[in-house]
Ligand binder design. Sequence first.
Ligand SMILES: Nc1ncnc2c1ncn2[C@@H]1O[C@H](COP(=O)(O)OP(=O)(O)OP(=O)(O)O)[C@@H](O)[C@H]1O
Length: 261
Amino acid sequence: MQEQHTDRSEPPRLRLDNITVRFGGLTALDSVSLDIPAGRIIGVMGPNGAGKTTLFNVICGVFPPSGGSLELDGSGFTPKPHRLTRHGVARTLQGLGLFPGLSVRQNVAAGLAATSHRGLGLLALPGAVRDEKRLAVRAMEALDLLGVAAYADALPDTLPYGIRKKVALARALVSEPRLLLLDEPAGGLGHEDIEELANIIRTVPGDGCSVVLVEHHVDLVMAVCDRIAVLDFGRLIAEGTPAEIGADPAVADAYLGVEVA
Ligand SMILES: Nc1ncnc2c1ncn2[C@@H]1O[C@H](COP(=O)(O)OP(=O)(O)OP(=O)(O)O)[C@@H](O)[C@H]1O
């Protein structure tokens, strides 16, 4: 974890301003405002149905908010899922979303294809071949970083879940994003894998990338995040350092359903 040195003159990497999402009569997010500073890891926690996935989906552009706005590095941001990489935003999903027919290396290279001029070398022109080689090299570097380069030629479905999770993370990191969105990365992982995941997440802000970590696993959030936002019934009920969140009675109340005097 890093100390807060937020420069007030710098816009945050991502700003959520009064984000509201309604599904019919249900308010899934209720005027949520949150700043994600550059180079920081921000956790989003909350009990079931609190609005975490909805928040993640709004940032990814899965659907537009019913109200409010987003800013990325000080400019208005209208996210679209297929254009995230061009904005320097990468994400991992709960369902991993790996392509079963592509090798691990090709899956990771696909994370770069959106930034390449020609995609994945669809035409066998010299420039396209050069691009494809460059993508393969970058993919190998990302796999190496996560310690799974040995599986480069394997098909994802033949690999254990923990390895596939790392491949999905390598695919998100290969584009060197300025904002990384992680949706439940600890889901389905054992204790040792979660510790390893924590170490990997901690390294991401090294080059200024911000991380939004939406996660059920409270211990992981507490261990890696610089700051934590807590949602309950679509409202932001607390925001602070892990120590502040750990001591906040409203958070304990939301999680335990215990009436706070
Ligand atoms: N597409 C949708 N249509 C209708 N209601 C929805 C939709 N998506 C989410 N909701 C509702 O919005 C509320 C917030 O859901 P959301 O999935 O964001 O919560 P969550 O904090 O991610 O929950 P969990 O931890 O269980 O995944 C819930 O009441 C949910 O039933």
